[in-house]
Design a protein around this ligand. Sequence first.
Ligand SMILES: [Mn+2]
Length: 311
Amino acid sequence: MRRPRFLRPLKIPPPSIKDPRDTRLLALLKPYRGRAQAGIGLLALPYDGATLGRKGAGRGPRALLEALRFFSSFTPPAIDLRGAEVRVFGEAVVPQEIKAAHSAAKKAASYVLGRAKVALFIGGDHSLTYPCFSAALRGASSASLVYFDAHLDLRDGPPSSGNGVRWALEEAQGRARAVNVGARPFGTAEPYFRRASELGISIIAAEEAEALGEELPKRLLELVEGSDLLYVSVDADVLDASYAPGVSSPGISGMTPRLLAKCLYALALRGPLRAADFCELAPNFDPAGITALSLAYCFAWLLAGLAGRAT
Ligand SMILES: [Mn+2]
């Protein structure tokens, strides 16, 4: 198969351990060869040209993959990722200018969505949710966008990492409803909470999410019930800064990776998941690799949900 010009090969790091009895998670990532439809398709989007704050998420995809070297494919009692073969489509070629970048991202995302049942996008700044969600929306009549984010991402202005959700919902023209999980104290200005309520966005703020604990995944599944398409977006800054210092806008009182992972697992296993993105991992602010590890952990649990769905 000839790779389209808008995709570059993505190098998958070798697993850190070689043991024939231990299938490492990274061993499940195989290049897409262009024949049969893929179950899960992976696309990297190395772009941070629309970041409002500190830049660095452009290097997020590689850091996330690097962190996955520490993961095996099994977790007790019986969760086995080997049921989730992931086809790697590559890395999108994304120009710097925002409008051109988003159109390139949308094209690459559409390409993957057309060839995989579920597409996983690894970013990249959070503006990318706009083009990727727009691509996933095709054919849907009632979509759900569940976004884990310390901020509401509804700011005024042209597309940026601070308003991907607003642009995504505008594109959907009433065909999508959104749920924010993790809005953090002092994270978003009051006018944008008003905007969220005008747009019918359900908000489960950080402290409420924590209080719900094990009940949170169930609540989310109820909120997306009846949708014909589910898009999940993960902004790494939804995690507490103790787990995720390496983001553009870190903060306290965020979620734990464990709770986020439980939500992703449930949504992937039982929700109509069509696509998910993982954004805002900025390795230049992540010297010990904690953020990459936290996000990789959440990514692994989403894969676990998809693996469980396949069997
Ligand atoms: Mn965001």
